[in-house]
Design a protein. Sequence first.
Length: 203
Amino acid sequence: MVLRGFFWCFAAFSACFLLVPLAGAASAEVRELPVNADRCAIFFALTGRVDAGCKQPDPDGYGALRKLSPEPAFSKQAAPLRTMAEEQGYFVRFAFNSDQLTEEYSAHLDRLAQVLGSVALQSSCLKLVGHTDSVGGLAYNLKLSEKRASQVAAYLVAKGGLLPARLSTEARGETVGLPGVPGAHPLNRRVEILAKSQTGDGC
């Protein structure tokens, strides 16, 4: 079932698809991506392109679509991308008051690392942005969001073999909730995984 113009993630899905256009963009797109997504789906989520040997995904298969306003930090990055027309990705969710990855998400990050090691993405950068729900204090949630982003980064380096120089982390705490979703909703307990091309200064 697809709900146009409204953001939601069904219980059968554990990750969502996040597109964040860069220069001159007036909106972004959010789509669902199942946590058991294969490498083809992850590649498409990070690049907007179909990888060699993969089939064109059904857009409706990614779930609900809602237009969003881009965050200022993204809209200011106006440098043209060499390999991707837009910075994009998806997010993984965490349990309440937790920064620990489940086995299911660890397996997902293993596939993500394989995709990031492909020829098309081996020189790309990855931004990991941690978020929380609105339960708890601002300072505590900011620290928790930092731990969540760092947890994903540490896994990708230790288990996925990614170079630390390719990764950057940010902590947003409870300040950037998903649109149309209450602040305390579990979907806000997330780390956004955003791919972008390297600039002349690297990642």
